[in-house]
Write a protein that binds this ligand. Structure first.
Ligand code: ZN
Length: 280
C-alpha cells in the first residue's frame, strides 16, 4: 500500500477568525501555517486566498503572492510541499477561477465536477462549460485536477469528461463528505462511491465538521491514498475545542500510523500522484 498523503486545506472560503482565531487569513499567516503543517506531516497544501478583510477572493495576484510566500517560507526551512490551488467560486467568472493556474504553476488544482445546493445556502456552481475549459487548461498546463466528489452524480460526470477527453486518467479523487446537500460522511457513502471511481485512480477523503475523524477512519479502513484535514473543513479538534491546522495534520498522521501506514513526504506524494515539481 502506498505511503499516506496528508493534505491540509488551510483556510477555505468561509471559515472566519470569529469562529476560530487560528484560521490563517493573511499571506504571512498562511505561510506560517504551511510550515507547521508540513512539519506535522502534510505533503499537500490546498490553498484559497482572502483579501485584507478576510473575504474570499479569486484574485490571481493574491494567489501569486500567497503561493510565492508559501514556497519561499518552506524553502527557507528546508521543507517542501505539493501546491494545490482552488478553482471554486460560484460568484466569480471563469477567467477569475482559472487565470492563476498559469501564473502560480501548481502541481494540482481542485476540479469540482458538478453543481449542488451548498448547505441550503447557495448554489455551488460548476457549469458544464467551465468544467470543459478547466479540463482543457489543466491538460495544457500539466496541472493535475483534484476531483472533489461531494455527491454521487459527480462520479458520473467524471466518467463523462474522461470519455470526452477533458479529463485524462489516471485521476486523483478527493471525497469531500458531510456537506449538507451532498452525501453524508458515513460508511454507506464510501461503500457506494468508492467502487465507482475511475479504474487506476488514487483517492483521498475528508469529512466536514463532525464527520472529520469518522471519514479519516473510513478512508484508512478502505486503504485510501490520502487524508485531507484542515480548518477549511473543520474548525474543531473535539467538541467545543478549537483546532489549529497543525494539530489536525498531526492527528491525521497519528491515525495513519495506527493503521499501519507510513506518511508520505512531498517527493513521495508527487510520485504517488504522478505530478512533477514545477520549474519556477
Ligand atoms: Zn477548498
Amino acid at each position: 500500500m502506498s505511503k499516506l498523503i496528508l493534505t491540509c486545506a488551510l483556510c477555505g472560503v468561509g471559515t472566519t477568525k470569529a469562529q476560530n482565531p487560528n484560521v490563517p487569513i493573511t499571506p504571512d499567516e498562511i505561510a506560517a501555517d504551511s510550515i507547521e503543517c508540513v512539519k506535522a506531516g502534510a505533503s499537500v497544501l490546498h490553498v484559497h486566498v482572502r483579501d485584507e478583510n478576510g473575504i474570499n477572493v479569486m484574485d490571481k495576484d493574491r494567489f501569486v503572492e500567497v503561493v510565492g510566500k508559501i514556497r519561499s517560507s518552506l524553502a527557507a526551512e528546508g521543507l517542501d510541499a505539493v501546491i494545490n490551488v482552488t478553482t471554486s467560486g460560484s460568484k466569480f467568472s471563469y477567467e477569475q477561477r482559472m487565470s492563476h493556474l498559469e501564473l502560480v504553476k501548481p502541481e494540482m488544482c481542485s476540479y469540482d465536477p458538478g453543481t449542488m445546493n451548498w448547505a441550503n445556502s447557495y448554489v455551488f456552481l460548476n457549469e458544464p462549460k467551465f468544467l470543459e475549459e478547466l479540463g482543457t487548461l489543466t491538460q495544457k498546463l500539466g496541472v493535475k485536477p483534484e476531483l472533489e466528489i461531494f455527491d454521487a452524480g459527480m462520479i458520473g460526470n467524471i466518467n463523462y469528461y474522461i470519455k470526452k477527453g477533458f479529463l485524462k486518467p489516471p485521476c486523483h479523487v478527493q471525497f469531500v463528505l458531510g456537506v449538507p446537500g451532498g452525501m453524508p460522511g458515513n460508511a454507506e457513502s464510501v461503500a457506494y462511491l468508492l467502487p465507482k471511481i475511475p479504474a487506476g485512480s488514487t483517492w483521498s477523503i475528508t469529512g466536514i465538521g463532525k464527520d472529520h475523524v469518522p471519514c479519516m477512519l473510513l478512508g484508512l479502513a478502505e486503504g485510501c491514498n490520502g487524508l485531507r484535514v484542515g480548518l477549511e473543513d473543520n474548525i474543531f479538534f473535539s467538541k467545543g475545542v478549537l483546532a489549529t491546522n497543525a494539530q489536525l495534520v498531526a492527528r491525521a498522521a497519528e491515525l495513519g500510523k495506527l493503521a499501519g501506514r507510513e506518511i508520505a513526504n512531498a517527493a513521495e506524494a508527487r510520485e504517488i500522484l504522478g505530478v512533477i515539481k514545477p520549474q519556477l
